[in-house]
Design a protein around this ligand. Sequence first.
Ligand code: GSH
Length: 292
Amino acid sequence: MAALPALERLSTNKTFEGELNKYKFKSSALGDLDAQFNLFIPPAAAQRNVPLLTYLAGLTCTEDNGAQKGNFLKTASAEGIAILFPDTSPRGAGAPHETDSWDFGVGAGFYLNATNPEYSKNYNMLTHVTTELPQVMEAAGLPIDWSRQSIFGHSMGGHGALTIYLASETKQYRSASAFSPISNPSKCPWGEKAFNGYLKNGVEEGKQFYDATELISKRTDPIHILIDYGTSDAFYKQEQLLPENFLKAARDAGYDEFQVRVRHHEGYDHSYYFISTFASDHVHFHANFLKA
Ligand SMILES: N[C@@H](CCC(=O)N[C@@H](CS)C(=O)NCC(=O)O)C(=O)O
C-alpha cells in the first residue's frame, strides 16, 4: 500500500476551550488533488481520545460553512466530541460541466463514488469521507477514538449522512442526523441531475445505492436517526427534500419514533439560521450513542 499523505496544518484557532484546525493533504480518493478539511478538537482530548462526529455540508459549501455558522462547537466542547468538517467535492478536477451550475460538479459531490468514467477519477466523496479521511487522520496521530463515530449533515450533506449510515455494512457510524436532507434523491431534480451525471446507470444506480428512502426499506436492525426541517424552506416547497417519503418508508419498515424521529418546524427556512437553532439538539442526540 502506498504511504499515507502527510497532513499540512493551514490554520489553528482556539475556540470554546478547544481548537479548530484546518488541514490540507493530497487526496488519492479525489484523483491526487489537494483536499482541505476542518477538525474541531474539544478540550477533553488532552486526557483521552475522543469520539468523532462528521458533518457533511450542502450544495455550494466548503469545509468552512458548518464550522463557522453551524453553532455546533460549544456543545461539542462540553460533550467532549470532535467534529470533522470535510469539503463537498473535489476542487480543480477539470471534469466536464463541473463549473456550469451550482448544483452539480464543484461544491456538489453528493457523497457518492462516481461510476461514469468522466467523473470516476475525481468524484469519490464517499471514499474520501468514510475511509480516506479517517486513515489520514489516524496516521497523523490525531486524538480520536475510532470505535466511536457518528455522522450528520445538511441538505445534500443530510443525504450523504443518511445514505452513508443506512448503506454501511460495517456499522462504522453509531447514529445519523440531518437538517433539511435530500431524502429521496431519485425522485427530485437535484438528485436526478447528480445521478444522471455521476453514475454510469443514472437514476437506477442512484436508487439502488444512494437514496435514503430506498435504503431504509432494506434495513431491519436497530437504527438511530434524527431529522429536522423547516416548513418555510423554499427547497422543501419545491419538493427537492421529500422528508415525508423517508418518514413513510421508515414507518413501513417498522421503525418507530424512537428509532427514526422526523420533526418539522414552523416558519424555519433552509439556511444556517435554522441549522444553528437546532444544532445543540443534534450534538446531544449523537452524544447519547457516542458516549454509551
Ligand atoms: N446558490 C443557491 C443556494 C444554495 C444553498 O442554499 N446552499 C445551501 C446548502 S443546499 C447552503 O448551505 N449554502 C451556504 C450557506 O448558507 O452558508 C441559490 O442561489 O439558490
